[in-house]
Design a protein around this ligand. Structure first.
Ligand code: SAM
Length: 170
């Protein structure tokens, strides 16, 4: 009985701690994009069925599922945390989107981004700073990037919504 109580206390403390962990940490479940914001991102980037969208750190896959279901886009989700990878894969399967959305367990710093037409990121500035040279090297001309919450370290975003979503065109 005592062990069970201790276990519950530890789980509770971990949940509390996870709320203040940096958003790109695999231990930060509260930093996620819901359907409403996913729709806003799709509209901001004018996502259509001809797009191939890469979500770097795709979490539970909500953004890609929304982009595929409601905007017809194909998606590739890159996620390092195995638990979230499986949650995202199950959700994709559940939504009957296996032909449209692929979830890869991968480190996004090692992912080839050259096929993307849209890239979506919800990551801390440090990770964005590290990704920027990769974007410049690999992305085709015309690729759109939407960053949630943090600006990329370059000037001149195309547009923004309420300090929260930033659109760039490469
Ligand atoms: C703030 S969450 C965003 C999740 C999702 N994009 C959303 O908006 O709901 C950041 C995600 O990035 C993942 N992540 C962090 N570093 C990563 C890396 N190097 N490669 C792949 N995924 C990573 C984390 O596991 C986490 O799921």
């Amino acid at each position: 009985m005592l062990e069970l109580i201790l276990l519950l206390i530890i789980i509770f403390l971990l949940l509390i701690l996870s709320a203040v962990w940096p958003p790109d940490s695999p231990w930060a479940p509260w930093w996620r994009t819901n359907r409403k914001i996913a729709r806003e991102i799709c509209k901001l980037a004018k996502i259509t069925r001809s797009d191939l969208v890469y979500d770097l750190g795709c979490g539970d896959g909500t953004f890609l599922i929304t982009a595929a279901k409601e905007f017809g886009a194909k998606g590739v989700g890159i996620e390092i945390d195995p638990l979230r990878v499986w949650i995202a894969r199950i959700r994709v399967w559940f939504n009957n989107l296996l032909n449209k959305v692929e979830i890869r367990q991968e480190d996004f710093f090692k992912t080839d981004l050259s096929k993307a037409t849209v890239v979506v990121v919800y990551l801390v500035p440090k990770a964005l700073e590290k990704l920027l040279p990769k974007f410049k090297k690999e992305l085709k001309k015309g690729t759109r990037i939407v960053s949630r919450k943090y600006e990329l370290g370059i000037k001149n975003y195309e547009s923004r919504i309420k300090d929260n979503l930033f659109l760039y065109k490469f």
